[in-house]
Design a binder for this molecule. Sequence first.
Ligand code: X5A
Ligand code: ZN
Length: 694
Amino acid sequence: MRGAGEATRARSLRASAARGAAMAEKRPPRPQGTALIYDEAMTRVRLLWDDPECAIEVPERLTSTYARLCQRGLAQRCVRLPVREATEEELEMVHSPEYVAVVKGTQAMSKKELQTLAQQYDAVYFHPSTFPCARMAVGATLQLVDAILTGAVGNGMALVRPPGHHSQRDAANGFCVFNNVAIAAEYAKRRHGLQRILIVDWDIHHGQGTQRIFENDPSVLYFSWHRYEHQSFWPRLQESDYNAVGQGPGRGFTINVPWNKIGMRNADYVSVFLHVLLPLAIEFDPEFVLVSAGFDSGIGDPEGQMEAMPECFAHLTLLLLPLARGRLCAVLEGGYHLRSLAECVCMTLQTLLGDPVPALSGDPAPCLSAVESIQNVRAAHARHWASLGHEDAGPVLTPSTQHPLLGAQPTAATDGPGPILDELLSCPPCFPCTGIGLAAPDSASSLHLPPTVLRERGGALSKEEAAACSRLDSAFTQDQTQAALGKLLALLEKILSGQVRAGIAATPTVAAAAIMALRRGLSFGSRSRLLCVAVGDLDIPEDLRDNGQILVFHIGGEERPEGTPSPRCICLGGPQATEPGNFRLALLSLILPVAYSFQPELVLLVLGPGYSLQGLDMELLTRLLQGPARGRMLVLLQDSEISLVEALAWALEGKALPSTLGPYLSASPKQALAITRLCRQLQPDWPMLQVSVN
Ligand code: X5A
Ligand code: ZN
């Protein structure tokens, strides 16, 4: 009986797999397009009286940002969606009818009355256009949600005013009237039937409104970082600290990262994403990502006083895109330095469009205070999330920024980076060269590839190259191998000289090809840094393993006896290393932090013989490794694996993953221990590995 049942099951599985394949052929390979929503109507609200606290929330925030998007040619590349005003019913998904009525009443108020009403709230102003504008900010956000969730576009951004994340069920707060993002999350649940939504609030203020709306709700994972300075910064709430993790069934679904010092930089932000947000977000496996995209966390902002550069937001966006099949909806919140705001929005939108990210500038070491915050949040969440369950560091008891007797030290007021800021912002954005090169046998022509893929014809090898090849590869005499290696070298040449940004090369002998490519990369420039991530069985010669210019990760190869690991050749051996749970832990906690610390000019990804990464993990790896090297990557694979080229090409092209990452798969305790130990040993060499101060 049992045998027959299983046979039936197997048959129906095969049948459904075949159906899946047939469908996969018909539907467009990847979701397309990035939407932009903006309407001048939202510039109508402005402050009508004197109030220094609210004076920074000006209409020019939208007009100058939009002008810059047009100037950069980014707005033109987006799908434009029309705005609409949200209905009162939609507003009431989050707000009380009484509060909606109060805001509605402002349309007919005199300036005096508006001012009196505003005084009932903290840091708020009203204008006769507040109600229609705030409804439009919500409506614009919902239009974008609809477009993404119906598949009309892949992702998008809404430029809106007033902002939303401080707004609560019954109260306006911090320039916010209706909570655009919270309503969008509720709407996605009720109208689109979603069950898991991630809200990433990278504005520099705590979105206490959003937190309160969802603090009991396990279907919404809310992440916020914010300037805190031990509760001395607005809105000065205890509930913004790392130990506020949600309530009741929502325990664990609120993540707060307090910044206890100003001046946080690129490395601090990216570290928090790698070591706090991403592990939990991947475990949560959202169906949709909403970003409360405030840019007062960027350099120059008078509120935040932080020093993260515009390109940092490109990296933050890139790190979120592998989630939820790339279904990401960014909604403007704060951002008060007009130039910085515009640049940061450009970086975000450019990344949503799939462009490669610029290099992350500055020292890759997070500061002490940031590491303390990371340690504290991870300790607070260790009991709620399996992905942090192997965490052994407790919270920091006496933070470096806090005097044990006096409490928080006031931070001296600074003008931030001052005059150098203009210079920093005026660097022309490096528009990356486009194009993906493909060096593969002709059989690859039946694949469905992005239109930008350029087929490499290749040339004959020089005598020396041919000699080197035959030494490396005993099969080299065969024409096929020779042609493949010729194509590979020609492609690498184009990448090194900047004619194409990235490439894929399929050869009959990937091990030999990898060594040739590394040697060629080495000889290109004596100061160039090459990151090689090799998966599978591969033997990399000694001189390439401990070379100042090359950093090798060898994953899933032969297991070697434990010794002191070399900081330049990091091995995670054995077949277990490529199992999804183990691999994803290694990727976030080890590979990416080291890669960001190393700052390579080029990444060589080698899928060697015996390689056994899941398809989705291979795409995840390809997509995320584009961060540290400005999208410059060459993937080498065995020509018998030619079917992988399709997924690789779309990933290199910046397109979203074809599915969500799926239910959480935990790392084995043994592998988690091995990875944690490696991280600790390598920390002195690669500062972004740090997750605790002890
Ligand atoms: C959306 C936003 C900030 C309010 C600051 C009040 N609000 N001091 O950035
Ligand atoms: Zn803000």
